[in-house]
Design a protein around this ligand. Structure first.
Ligand code: ADP
Ligand code: MG
Length: 615
């Protein structure tokens, strides 16, 4: 047998190896991922050569990967029947010619306080991760080029490597790691099985561990949609989503520009957060060419899409991406923007095509969309399209989009109106709704306490301002009502109201918006709304109990109560004052502002008593 040739590693590679060998890293296990993805690449290349008609050595052997562990000997072997390497390729690929990424990776390793060796594969030097765990690495390889002989490459990391001919090898590459004493766990089959399941479940070639087939779930995201059966999607979802229900929605898409992306995203049947299971974490895993880069990748989607599950695969992940800084890199942001935009577009399409399914989705997940409106400026417009509300123009239980609302707007209406209300009945009997009913203008009924903030953040839709009904500056059309107070009398009554109620109200004005209600409270503050006041009051009450809040009062001079009150205040001042107070409280009730209605019961009872005495 001829004497082995001794080779030196190139200086940069030797430097890299010294760091890899002598430093303590926590995620040593990634060497399995790196060697398996090299094996998978080799199988892929073989398949490509075969399909392009090249002659192949031992073409009857199918491309596959076999891993064997030997815990007695303390070794692990990763073998593939891929394209193998010639003598020249072994020299070039394993130690002589540094890839362009070597320098960048070295830089990161030496500069970072906590160097992330887990990214070694991203820098094109994944092979050397073997030396984190091995004191000696032996590579047996035989190229797929017909007639090429086999070679043995051996190295202990330091001091270069040796090359010698090896007889009777099958095509492909077999890498054996003699494990260091502190890395013997990697000779345990169950440890290796767990690692392969984690990182390499979707490698598109069969992987056997000690003769047992491991990866049985396909990376269906990389296949063409038309070839995938419904059951395959569902089976895949069960696997990645850890959920035995079928998914509610599924989006499978590929993009080439601005980024190469393959994504398969699922919306689970149920919103797990609403089931009291605490805050969810996005379960979308990030892959690069079917090999896991990050499970539950942070920053891939905005927070408000944390209910999504699935897979994103991008070939464009850069060399300098590190797990801690993944969120900051502009590429991650670009990926996030593209993915989010695409998913929102999908939801919009779904709402057209599958209106019923969309509404079910909406009722389960609306809080997330609303969170998006409030927290995410970038996608506000697209999110606005997805919101749904009940409306005065539709029957109870039916929902409208803002876009459909806008389509129904008469040309003289310039704004979109909404009313915050606990329920449909309260909305329809609200004094704030009267002017809209009279005008036959549509009002959205908002039942969710979040909606006020959502509308405030959304601010406009389709160029039209969103306006709370109570803030609308709308007047009734000019029809004089029978029995309405004359203007002078009405003005005098308003003054009397203010004098009587004193500090309990701000201004008292004549209302232009009331039809059936005697009075309404209106917030003096242009920007505060009743429900914001309510919240503030609730918070304030803890500190300084019940500091009274002031609202302006608008009275309806066309209401019969007002006409009679104008007469009564001359005849029976005490009774009239009592009625005025009651009117204010009634208006507060209508606005949902009276925290404790018991305070007015004494007065109400006295009034009832008077009514009955007179009758
Ligand atoms: P990368 O995979 O990013 O190119 P590696 O350091 O992992 O970087 O591998 C270096 C090179 O060694 C590969 O590009 C490939 O040419 C060669 N190589 C590694 N493992 C194998 C293998 N199992 N079969 C064939 N070639 C391999
Ligand atoms: Mg590699």
């Amino acid at each position: 047998m001829s004497k082995p040739e001794a080779h030196q590693f190139q200086a940069e590679i030797q430097q890299l190896l010294d760091i890899v060998i002598h430093s303590l890293y926590t995620d040593k296990e990634i060497f399995v991922r790196e060697l398996i993805s090299n094996a998978a690449d080799a199988c892929e290349k073989l398949r490509f050569n075969q399909s392009s008609g090249q002659a192949i050595q031992q073409s009857e052997i199918a491309p596959a990967i076999a891993v064997t562990t030997d815990d007695k000997a303390g070794t692990i072997t990763i073998a593939d029947t891929g394209l193998g390497m010639t003598h020249g390729e072994l020299v070039e690929n394993l130690g002589t010619i540094a890839h362009s990424g070597t320098k960048a990776f070295l830089k990161q390793l030496t500069e970072e306080k906590k160097p992330d060796v887990g990214l070694i594969g991203q820098f094109g030097v994944g092979f050397y991760s073997a030396f984190m765990v091995a004191k000696r690495v032996t590579v047996l390889s035989r190229s797929c080029v017909p007639e090429e002989p086999g070679w043995q490459w051996v190295s202990e990391g330091g001091g270069g490597y040796e090359l010698a001919p090896a007889a009777d090898l099958p095509r492909g590459t077999r890498i054996t790691l003699e494990l260091k004493d502190d890395a013997k766990e990697f000779a345990q089959a169950d440890t290796i099985e767990r690692i392969i399941q984690r990182y390499s479940s979707f490698v598109p070639f069969p992987i056997e561990l000690n003769g047992k087939r491991l990866n049985t779930v396909q990376a269906i995201w990389a296949r063409s949609k038309s070839e995938i059966k419904e059951e395959e999607y569902n089976e895949f979802y069960t696997f990645v989503g850890h959920d035995h229900d079928q998914p509610r929605f599924r989006l499978h898409f590929t993009a080439d520009a601005p980024l190469a992306i393959q994504a398969l995203l699922f919306v689970p049947q149920r919103n797990f957060e609403s089931m009291g299971m605490g805050r969810m974490d996005s379960e979308v895993n990030l892959y690069c060419r079917k090999v896991l880069i990050a499970a539950k990748a942070k920053g891939l989607f905005p927070d408000w899409l944390r209910f999504l599950k699935g897979v994103v695969d991008s070939e464009d992940l850069p060399l300098n991406i590190s797990r801690e800084t993944m969120q900051d890199t502009s590429l991650m942001q670009k990926l996030n923007k593209v993915l989010t935009g695409r998913f929102l577009k999908y939801l919009d399409e779904q709402s057209e095509k599958e209106a019923e399914a969309y509404e079910k989705f909406y009722s389960e997940y609306q809080r997330f969309l609303k969170e998006g409106v409030v927290t995410d400026f970038t996608h506000k417009e697209a999110l606005g399209k997805l919101l749904r509300f009940e409306s005065s123009a539709l029957d109870m239980g039916q929902l409208t989009s803002l876009a459909d609302y806008v389509k129904r707007m008469p040309s003289e209406q310039k704004e979109i109106y909404c009313l915050l209300t606990p329920n449909r009945a309260a909305a329809e009997s609200s004094p704030y709704f009267e002017v809209f009913r009279e005008r036959k203008w549509e009002v959205l009924f908002l039942y969710d306490p979040w909606d006020e903030f959502v509308m405030e953040h959304l601010h406009t839709f389709d160029g039209k301002s969103l306006r709370l009904a109570e803030k609308a500056d709308l007047h009734l059309s000019e029809t004089k009502k029978d029995g309405a107070l004359a203007e002078d009398a009405a003005k005098a009554l308003a003054q009397w109201f203010k004098a009587t109620l004193g500090d309990k109200v701000g201004e008292v004005r004549l209302s232009q918006r009331l039809v059936a209600s005697p009075a309404v409270v209106v917030d003096a503050d242009k920007f505060m709304t009743a429900s914001m006041r309510r919240m503030m009051k609730a918070m304030k009450q803890e500190a300084e109990a019940g500091a009274p809040m002031k609202h302006d009062l608008e009275i309806n001079p066309a209401h019969p109560i007002m006409a009679r009150l104008e007469a009564t205040r001359v005849q029976d001042g005490a009774l009239a004052a009592s009625v005025a107070e009651q009117i204010l409280d009634n208006a507060r009730v209508a606005a949902g502002l009276l925290e404790d209605p018991r305070t007015m019961l004494t007065r109400l009872n006295q009034l009832l008593e008077k009514v009955l005495t007179k009758a």
